[in-house]
Design a protein around this ligand. Structure first.
Ligand SMILES: Nc1ncnc2c1ncn2[C@@H]1O[C@H](COP(=O)(O)OP(=O)(O)OP(=O)(O)O)[C@@H](O)[C@H]1O
Length: 298
């Protein structure tokens, strides 16, 4: 459930490396408890955007506020309220999972508030990321997907109010992916955590995100719910039917009227009717092709 409070506020963000601009005037907001997915082709600027918001990169221009604070000048207290999932726990191979989480949690205890108990209890946290059976295992014995779950647990140990996830489910098997999606939805629903994630998995974006922001060539080319984007951009549904023993396929904008008309003309002669609405994948591909061809974004 989202409230009106703006937690991420990005206005006119620009990033330049040498003489190359990689982010042009990026503007978006996320509200308290909202899950926002950043989508876009390789090199679109997703990681750069998320790293500026995490306070790990200095922007070239624009205004950025995370929990009301500019990440470029934020202190320890702000950092304790922000969760970042890094892939940096590979070097702690001799540590055990619960032991590492307990150790890292100590740092957050002085940032506990009346509302937010910090740190997250290590046993509850290993359960939340599905690592209970490996809680006493040494990190070097974890599988790739289990290490990635540990990365997520490390990002969560301080019960962050905002969580940044850069391609979080790379290397997850389908079960781990499903559990991770439930974890993120649960964080947003129960803890009102605001989540910004990047992904190349359109299915993941559709399942997880309240809103999707599509970046291409450093510019925002679409911003809305998966349904809004589909309606605004792809617009065409696929209708398949059989008539007089012949299979037909048509792509139409107004499929309901088209189907009415089909039945008016052929009545019971229509069999095996299927209507497929434009998926997020159709929408995304149509959008990226349009941008590549130099057309206006939707
Ligand atoms: N340190 C850097 N110096 C120069 N150019 C950089 C640097 N980091 C990123 N870039 C460039 O900035 C652009 C955006 O990169 P970024 O990593 O943000 O894209 P991305 O959308 O996350 O891509 P991917 O999906 O491949 O991870 C790319 O053209 C990249 O080459």
């Amino acid at each position: 459930m989202t409230s009106e409070r703006v937690v991420l506020d990005v206005d006119g963000l620009r990033m330049r490396y040498g003489t190359t601009d990689v982010l042009h005037d990026v503007t978006f907001q996320a509200r308290h408890g909202e899950v926002l997915a950043l989508l876009g082709p390789n090199g679109a600027g997703k990681t750069t955007t998320i790293e500026v918001l995490e306070g790990f990169r200095m922007r070239s221009a624009g205004r950025v506020s995370v929990l009301g604070v500019d990440p470029a000048h934020a202190g320890e207290e702000w950092r304790a309220r922000v969760g970042v999932v890094l892939q940096s726990w590979r070097d702690h191979g001799k540590w055990r999972v619960r032991e590492l989480l307990r150790h890292l949690g100590v740092y957050f205890s002085c940032y506990a508030t009346d509302r937010i108990a910090r740190p997250w209890d290590p046993d509850d946290l290993v359960a939340a990321v599905g690592l209970t059976s490996r809680a006493n295992a040494k990190i070097r014995t974890l599988s790739g997907g289990q290490r990635r779950r540990l990365d997520v647990a490390v990002g969560l140990v301080g019960r962050p109010e905002v969580l940044f996830l850069d391609e979080p489910t790379t290397g997850f098997d389908p079960v781990a992916r499903r559990e991770f999606h439930e974890l993120v939805r649960g964080l947003a629903a129960r803890e009102s955590t605001t989540v910004l994630l990047t992904t190349h998995d359109l299915d993941e974006a559709e399942k997880l995100a309240d809103r999707i922001v599509v970046l291409d060539g450093g510019r925002i080319v679409a911003d809305g719910t998966a349904d809004e984007l589909a309606r605004r951009i792809a617009g065409e549904d696929e209708v398949r039917w059989t008539h007089a023993g012949q299979r037909h396929v048509r792509h139409v904008r107004a499929s309901t009227e088209f189907v009415h008309d089909l039945f008016r003309r052929h009545g019971d002669g229509i069999t095996e009717l299927e209507v497929r609405r434009a998926s997020l994948e159709d929408t995304y591909l149509s959008l990226v092709r349009r941008v590549e061809a130099g057309g206006a974004a939707g």
